[in-house]
Design a protein around this ligand. Structure first.
Ligand code: ADP
Ligand code: MG
Length: 358
């Protein structure tokens, strides 16, 4: 079976490694010249929405999936009649627009922070009055790693926020004084079987994921996250891996956003779960039975951003993943995973590694 993957970044690369172990063939579509996944299979170097490249992919592949959530939906629809595309386009459409995404959470009864659509400066001023401060203004489309966001802390920031983001469709949402952030990674196959990995606790720095730890010792929160995940997967008639980011505050979870793809906060599953998120995504889209999501211990993951130091390469503990990308400030270049017998051991090891590699 041959799987066409739109996007050939590190997520595509890790899907490619999992495909090799399953005996599946992969090919990629990505406009960048030497993407990480090039080591896993042929890459057609064309824009993500290129109709001819998509048509060729549809013809040569048994199923198409994506590792990048800004694939033009209209372009995908031109091939929807000739090849299965998973996850479904509806999931992509909701995830591409923060307003749509929040409306979906509301429709499904998944709790979320208060928000307003913002199209004018007056909308922004009204949102500040109605929602209270601080609030965070975000572009509705194309934001990632905290880009396209502005935190309004006082009334004086409203103008600066407007000047920095005007011209784009925006939303404003309440700043959540969360206790911590978590993500839920779930997978659903075409027959409707659902498996949800143990909850992951995430720390972001400057809007970029810094560390992930799983499992989280909070069964009530895990249950809330699983309930939200089930609603999304079932409502969207979803096939593949879905990641849901949430804020934990008291005994509540508020949904932040979801990604219709494998996710950075699930990288620990490569070493830390019986079946990785990458393998389970491929199993789901290829129509193979899902694998066990059981943990192999207490997992921790540290992102390597901007550079991979010599010390990171010389570690004798943990597993280093180097995506083979050109170093650049703020760029995700790799990650390190550790697995331990208990949470304390895991945290000690992860802290020690963090100090060594930075
Ligand atoms: N409303 C909010 N309240 C508190 N922190 C927030 C809020 N929105 C975003 N953040 C912080 O910024 C990070 C990135 O924002 P997010 O909306 O997930 O955008 P991205 O698409 O860039 O990941 C979040 O993981 C969180 O740490
Ligand atoms: Mg996010």
């Amino acid at each position: 079976m041959r799987i066409g993957i739109i996007g050939a970044g590190q997520l595509g690369q890790m899907l490619g490694f999992a495909a090799r172990d399953l005996g599946l063939e992969v090919c990629f579509l990505d406009p960048s010249p030497a993407p990480p996944a090039a080591s896993c299979g042929p890459v057609v170097q064309r824009p993500f929405g290129d109709p001819d490249a998509l048509a060729d992919m549809a013809e040569s592949c048994d199923v198409i999936t994506y590792e990048f959530e800004n694939v033009p939906v209209a372009a995908l629809q031109t091939i929807a009649g000739s090849v299965p595309i998973w996850p479904p386009a509806a999931a992509l459409r909701h995830a591409q627009d923060r307003l749509d995404e929040k409306q979906l959470f509301e429709e499904l009864g998944v709790p979320l922070p208060g928000y307003r659509a913002v199209d004018t400066r007056a909308d922004l001023a009204a949102a500040a009055t109605e929602l209270g401060l601080p609030l965070v203004v975000k572009t509705r489309r194309l934001g990632y790693d905290g880009k396209g966001q502005f935190v309004v802390r006082t009334g004086d920031d409203v103008d600066a926020a407007w000047r920095s983001l005007r011209g784009q469709a925006l939303i404003a949402e309440q700043w959540v004084p969360f206790d911590f952030e978590v993500s839920s990674i779930g997978v659903r196959d075409a027959r409707g079987n659902v498996r949800i990995y143990p909850l992951t606790r995430n720390v972001h720095r400057n809007g970029i994921l810094h560390t992930s730890r799983s499992p989280v010792d909070a069964p009530e929160l895990a249950e809330l996250a699983a309930a939200a995940m089930h609603k999304l997967l079932e409502h969207l008639d979803y096939v593949g891996v879905l990641a849901l980011e949430l804020f934990a505050i008291g005994n509540q979870l508020l949904a932040n956003e979801f990604a219709p793809r494998v996710h950075n906060s699930g990288h620990w599953t490569i070493e830390g779960a019986v079946t990785s998120q990458f393998e389970n995504h491929l199993r789901a889209v290829a129509g193979l039975p899902l694998g066990s999501i059981e943990s192999r211990g207490h997992a921790g993951m540290l992102n390597l951003i901007g550079e991979i130091t010599a010390a990171a390469r010389e570690l004798d503990q943990g597993t280093l993943h180097d995506y083979g990308k050109e170093p650049r400030p703020g760029r995700k270049l790799g990650h390190i995973t550790v697995i331990a017998g208990c949470a304390e051991q895991r945290d000690t090891l992860l802290n020690k590694i963090e100090q060594t590699v930075t």
